[in-house]
Design a protein around this ligand. Structure first.
Ligand SMILES: C[S@@+](CC[C@H](N)C(=O)[O-])C[C@H]1O[C@@H](n2cnc3c(N)ncnc32)[C@H](O)[C@@H]1O
Length: 244
């Protein structure tokens, strides 16, 4: 019975991914149409696809009573990667533009008073007060106006605060020294594959992060993809400190 449920859940996510993200309309409506039918199954499938999230959160060096903002936080799964002993002293706000995913987040955090869930656009949302850490987990690649989202994140971050991101990407043909270089095949294949589901892969976002926050730690690596044996998709983990 459990095996049957798992199979049904996988099929419903795969069906939605094959249909892809609607190309027209406002971003909120497109997200609802794409994620709505798979919201309940989202976490199970993404556990095997969205790598490096736990590691990114474990590497965040946060002061006592820090205010933490996740932009494009979806179902709130990442909140569970924060160590249990820190959860009570940190204040979290999770922002997303997709109502069905936020319903899952609300349910998940129903007994977690220090979490606020907000339906808003990452490009314009203003928290009540500046935060000590803002992070994007596989959301920068899904935000068409990602430059605005980055500006907004930095505007709302305290001097000396952390801006972190984990996401898929591919390099340019001639990446800056010290950065990963991906093959022409990878640079052609992955953007096309993920583009169908509204995920934009390119070098621009990581380049902008490195330029805006020269004091940073960066890891570029790759990870397996469900149902694509032998293939690995490039992704990065970035933690930068805003000049104080
Ligand atoms: C691949 S999901 C990642 C969700 C979550 N951060 C995680 O790691 O599981 C990308 C998220 O970005 C959100 N998103 C896309 N565009 C957005 C925008 N303009 N403002 C806020 N959230 C947005 C989507 O609704 C979705 O929840």
């Amino acid at each position: 019975m459990r095996g049957f449920e798992t199979l049904r859940s996988e099929l419903s996510v795969l069906r939605q991914c094959l249909r892809g993200m609607p190309r027209r309309g406002q971003q909120a409506g497109r997200l609802d149409a794409f994620y709505g039918p798979q919201a309940e199954q989202y976490d199970r499938f993404r556990e095997r696809l969205l790598h490096g999230r736990a590691e990114l959160i474990a590497a965040l060096d946060l002061p006592q009573r820090a205010r933490v903002l996740e932009l494009g936080g979806g179902t709130g799964r990442n909140l569970e990667f924060f160590p249990e002993q820190r959860r009570a002293d940190l204040h979290f706000e999770l922002v997303d533009l997709c109502a069905p995913l936020l319903e899952v987040a609300k349910h998940r955090t129903r007994d977690w008073p220090s979490v606020r869930i907000t339906l808003a656009d990452a490009c314009s949302h203003q928290p009540d007060q500046p935060v000590d850490c803002v992070y994007f987990s596989y959301s920068l690649s899904m935000i068409p106006d990602w430059g605005l989202a980055l500006d907004n994140a930095l505007r709302n971050l305290n001097p000396g605060g952390l801006l972190a991101a984990v996401d898929f990407h591919v390099s340019s043909a001639c990446p800056p020294p010290g950065r990963a270089s991906h093959s022409a095949l990878a640079r052609a294949f992955w953007p096309r594959w993920f583009g169908h589901d509204g995920v934009q892969l390119g070098p621009e976002r990581l380049d902008a992060l490195c330029k805006r926050l020269p004091r940073h730690a960066l890891l570029e690596t790759s990870a397996p993809v469900p149902y694509m044996p032998g293939l690995r998709v490039p992704y990065y983990r970035f933690i930068g400190r805003k000049p104080g």
